[in-house]
Write a protein that binds this ligand. Sequence first.
Ligand code: B16
Ligand code: MG
Length: 229
Amino acid sequence: MKKLKNIKAVIFDLDGVITETSDLHTRAWKKMADEENIPFDEKTADKLRGVSRRRSLEIILEEAKNKYGFEKTYTKEEFNKLMTRKNGYYRDSLSTITPDNTLDGAKEIMDFIKSRGYKIAIGSSSKNAEAVIKNLKIEDQLDAVVNGTEITHSKPHPEIFQSVADKMGLAYEHCVVVEDAAAGVESANAGGMVSIGIGPQERFKQENEKPDFRFNDMSDFNSKKEELF
Ligand code: B16
Ligand code: MG
């Protein structure tokens, strides 16, 4: 395996990389969708990784229409209310998050990277990222955080990871991004950073979504740390 060269910081995505809030997001969307009789399946849920709340609901409605012929349309106001309702369900579930919800390997690799003198940071599309970070009790370790409330363009736009690098005062090519979402890897690639994809190869299909390195999960990534850093 190639070693990472000239790297000064590792920027982690949050949901699906440090913790599995993806399941909580999916459950909250599913509850709202069931109440509205909007068809919602696992394939659609997988498309919501790393995508903003607004874009997530657009995707849910597009998929429901294309796959299941769901015809109902929502006014702007109704659409916003559906997003708010889902967010309420999601926020209700956040109290269940504790340090034990850190994904296997995530804490170990963060400690290791820090001990080698690299900076570590988080770039999350989630507007609820601060609450999640607080419940995981990892904030003291982080050199910078950018969350969904601080950006105009969501992933796959490079803004989020570039903002994290800017906060640390680092050049983009000196940062490596760890992402579970195709949209997030695309964001890192477009931002001129090294990308590490977490998840199955089939997830990163398009040319611009291909990560420079890929690991099946965080444990797999953690097991290769000595070779990489
Ligand atoms: P919120 P990440 C993303 O977080 C999630 O993966 C995605 O499923 C969610 O829709 C998005 O945050 C927005 O979250 O509704 O809490 O603002 O993967 O970028 O850490
Ligand atoms: Mg993610």
